[in-house]
Design a protein around this ligand. Sequence first.
Ligand code: ZN
Length: 435
Amino acid sequence: MTALRKCILVLLDGLADRAQVSLGGLTPLQAAATPNLDRLATEGVCGYFHALSPGQALSSEAAHFFMMGYAPEEFPGRGYLEALGEELAFGPDDILLLAHLARCRPQDGRLVLREKKPLLPEGEAQEFFRAVHSYQSSEGSARLERTKGSSGVLILSGGALTASITDSDPMHPGLPLMEPLPWEGAESDPAALHCCSLLRAYLGWAHARLAAHPRNAGAAAPVNAVITQRAGRTPNISTLQERWGLKALSISSAPIYRGVFRALGAQAEVVAEATDPAQDLAAKLVLAGERLDEFDLIHVHSKAPDEAGHKKDPGLKRRVIAALDQGLGQGLEALAGRDILLVVTGDHATACSGDMVHSGEPSPLLLWGPGVWRDQATTFDETRCAQGALGLLRGPELMHTILNGLDRGKLWGLRDNPRDLPYYPAARRALRLED
Ligand SMILES: [Zn+2]
């Protein structure tokens, strides 16, 4: 049997953007010099990818989760993925929430958000986190584990709890912190009510502890609240290998991707991010090449375009993308001669303009490798990928397309396994002849 083809999925986080006035109406990707991406587009096939439905703005972790062929109903919540990625200790029944310190202004018995995730001197941040680390009551316990800066994960334990509760983080300054409520349909679920009550008690306790903290004495804008969002818990889902027959590795520089891939039972390495995006991507592709014999699918991730997008700086994002293109070219030299299917896309759009955190445009997509169509697209960007033959792929369609490109897709309808799996060969049981 010939050696199996492998897939490298180059994920340029937040790649897609909108037309930017400062770039003469171009997107940062359109304005950037990208000779390597354009060569791959010329030699391969282009199209678009959206992990859910075009127009919907997705977080990176949700987009990655859906991209790997998992349904929104299976999504375990940001708090859980964060805790897993940060390698925090927690139990299978615990509820995990993304949490931040915040400066708030008390007003009419409410707390109005002034600033979330304030930049604090290290010693000060440590002291605040220590002050609100452990809470205990007859209802249960809460533990706030710091991850970085003014952010952490809040772990709720004790009795039956559910993650079907709303956020307390209002996201935008000027708005009051919100009351944790059960989701629609869970209004009378005792586990949801219990979880809301425990969280409310913790948030009130944390506010009192922080407001009285000596570090806040005399401060005009004290760090006086913990705010929470996107509760989650350990899911019951099949692994990526069970679902797609592929052994996967993620190479990134952010723990949240380790969380996503570990939640799918896959392996993940978090490597230090090089300052230069070109060097960073090239080094990750070299590492992918070294691990190619052990894995079928390697996710190679750069956060740089997303970060530039969040800075609302189109010029910076254009430079970052041009650097990533150089890094891609260097990294591919190290992979020359290997039998690979190369996939390049983004997880979601991060627009340099507008008020949305991420935006809903689909991401440009290209596939390159043996047998892959060559279409009319010769430029890899948000509009000229429309000259590609792939069209728009959504959610699990990308994984089916990858299986197909790896020659591992199963003919629909064949049943070699009690479970209807999309790949070939699945685990099967041999017919035993009677003696
Ligand atoms: Zn982002």
